[in-house]
Design a protein around this ligand. Structure first.
Ligand SMILES: NC(=O)c1ccc[n+]([C@@H]2O[C@H](COP(=O)([O-])OP(=O)(O)OC[C@H]3O[C@@H](n4cnc5c(N)ncnc54)[C@H](OP(=O)(O)O)[C@@H]3O)[C@@H](O)[C@H]2O)c1
Length: 343
């Protein structure tokens, strides 16, 4: 198998490369070489996906059995990549997001729920009125169209993960909870403790993407762990167990936190009260071979990575978002004091 990864050095792209190399595939990566080191063993091609000439030059290094595009955010750029690479690849696997659904996170979703309307050649400013998450989702929907309209439905796999966690995570979600658990003491945990969550391990996303690449699996697929298999309490317990610290979760009423202006998703990562946030049905992908490891394993392996000198890349892009994640220690203490006085 010959695989091309657009990206390939941070998180998901890195996991893809590692898994493909382990399987004995020949792997080419395409990136600017500014943010992180290349994986040993890949053929690394330098270039900027915003430059059509770089993409045309890249295509000359083909052919490949498949490309996995981990870094498509602007339809016009994805259209350019798909156009340049169509003669050089058999299949195109595009990393989209659950954000393409107009109903996320407010309502439960399946693979056929309505998605944002966005032209396949839209530019980066399309949908600005939708806010950060809405615009991101609309642009991803336009990227999906760009791939499908260029390659055709028989050569395109569209992957729509929810939250991805695991070693090398740079958004700062699980890594924050682990670092917090390691600090010990009373830990503010957003109730209810049986709230279901369904993050997916980065290696399980990578494994499914490689299955699409090797077996020519096509279509669009939600990617998340089975609904209801894990709860927020499982997440917190796994963080405490992995770190071995003496953290004691104090489960706080979610409405009480909302009233105090605690920011969902960022100040308390992965916590969100919306009805549909963790109700994304991924059964189509399961039937096509998606397998999700237990959350406890993702947590333990991420802690092992963090304590083995693992540092998330900080070069550019989404890595900057890590600074937005997590509750300041002073604020947590004040909230807990108020909560403990109240009950
Ligand atoms: N994290 C989540 O929870 C989540 C959830 C749903 C969907 N997703 C999607 O999953 C994907 C995650 O990808 P990742 O960041 O983990 O991928 P990655 O392939 O591991 O890292 C990003 C790569 O893109 C390269 N890059 C950035 N800008 C570039 C440019 N202009 N030209 C060429 N290369 C460029 C970077 O290297 P250089 O900087 O050196 O160029 C890096 O190699 C995204 O599409 C995201 O929307 C993520």
């Amino acid at each position: 198998m010959r695989l091309l990864i657009l990206g390939g050095t941070w998180f998901l792209g890195r996991a893809l490369g590692e898994l493909a190399l382990e399987a004995g595939w020949s792997v080419t990566t395409f990136n600017r070489g500014v943010s992180a080191a290349d994986l040993p063993g890949v053929e690394a091609i330098r270039g900027d996906r915003e430059q059509f000439d770089d993409l045309s030059r890249l295509a000359e290094h083909g052919p490949w059995d498949a490309v996995v595009d981990t870094i498509g955010f602007v339809p016009r750029e994805v259209l350019a990549a798909a156009t340049a690479l169509a003669p050089a690849v058999r299949n195109y696997v595009f990393l989209s997001s659950v954000n393409v659904y107009t109903g996320w996170p407010s309502e439960p979703l399946n693979d056929t729920s309505p998605v944002f309307e966005c032209p396949p050649d839209a530019d980066v400013d399309f949908g600005a009125e939708l806010g950060y998450a809405g615009q991101y989702g609309a642009l991803k929907a336009g990227c999906e169209r760009a791939v499908i309209e260029t390659l055709g439905t028989d050569r395109a796999a569209i992957l729509r993960p929810g939250v991805i966690l695991g070693p090398n995570e740079y958004v700062g979600r699980l890594t924050w909870w682990l670092a917090r658990a390691a600090r010990g003491g009373e830990l503010l945990a957003p109730g209810p403790l049986d709230r279901p969550i369904q993050p997916i391990d980065v290696r399980d996303v990578a494994s499914f993407a490689l299955r699409c690449a090797s077996d020519g699996v096509v279509g669009s697929f939600n990617l998340g762990a089975p609904i209801g298999r894990a709860t927020f309490a499982d997440l917190i317990d796994a963080c405490v167990a992995a770190t071995g610290a003496d953290s004691r979760p104090v489960w706080v009423d979610p409405e009480w936190l909302v009233e105090r202006g605690v920011q969902q998703w960022t100040e308390l990562p992965l916590w969100r009260t919306h009805e549909g946030v963790w109700k994304v049905d991924s059964s189509r992908a399961e039937h096509a071979g998606l397998r999700c490891r237990p959350l406890t394993q993702t947590v333990a392996d991420t802690w092992a990575w963090m304590t083995d000198g693992g540092t998330a890349i900080t070069g550019s892009g989404e890595a900057a978002r890590a600074a937005d994640h997590g509750l300041a220690a002073d604020r947590e203490r004040e909230l807990l004091q108020e909560w403990n006085r109240r009950v």
